[in-house]
Design a protein around this ligand. Structure first.
Ligand SMILES: [Zn+2]
Length: 203
């Protein structure tokens, strides 16, 4: 962390100059007590490892079946993408596009975008368009809604269980892991590190 960091309180707008906040330390507004900044421990390394774990889980989630259904000796397997296609073919087009965006496209853009920014940053390099990419992935945050989809799957498992035996596929577990890893990565990410490195212009 650099020696001084100018920061405005998001509650009362009082401008502060922060000096050497230790790792794990926090800075509070002197006027209203709002949290100005918390220096997260090993933010870059931790977020980067979570992003790499997330990319692996993302691959597993999309490669393997989400569910297997056994009914009278018949085995049906569905992957996430096949599920999206099935929704589309059953005239639930807007829903299929929503699932495609919130469960596949947005998480992938977020993970690969973070990897693109954080990996070079770890070696004090700035990839081209860092600011644009970073701002974009932060804007996408509300569009990553895998937990809603996960809830939907769990409900349908309960309902489908009456029709035959349902075996959760590998993808379902990696999908659940991905939700946790993504939330964890978002929590351990310290955006100040990125803006600060950009300002000092390491290259
Ligand atoms: Zn304040």
């Amino acid at each position: 962390m650099s020696d001084h960091l100018m920061i405005a309180c998001h509650e009362c707008d009082l401008l502060h100059r922060l000096h050497g906040i230790p790792e794990g330390g926090k800075a509070l507004c002197i006027r209203c007590g709002a949290l100005l900044y918390s220096h997260k421990k090993n933010s870059l390394d931790r977020t980067l490892s979570l992003v790499i774990a997330g990319l692996i889980l993302f691959l597993l989630s999309n490669m393997f079946p989400l569910l297997e259904m056994k009914n009278k000796g018949l085995i049906l397997e569905t992957t996430l993408f096949q599920g999206v296609k099935a929704l589309y073919n059953q005239d639930m087009r807007s829903l299929s596009i929503l699932v495609l965006m919130t469960c596949i496209v947005v998480p992938f853009i977020q993970l690969s975008g973070l990897f693109y920014v954080l990996m070079p940053l770890k070696y004090n390099r700035l990839p081209p368009l860092t600011a644009v990419v970073f701002r974009f992935i932060r804007k996408l945050q509300p569009w990553s809604m895998m937990e809603v989809f996960m809830l939907g799957i769990l409900v349908s498992i309960v309902k489908l269980a009456k029709m035959g035996s349902i075996i959760p596929g590998l993808s379902l577990y990696s999908f659940a892991g991905l939700i946790i890893v993504l939330a964890w990565a978002a929590a351990s990410l310290d955006p100040h590190i990125i803006w600060e490195k950009m300002e000092t212009g390491n290259g």
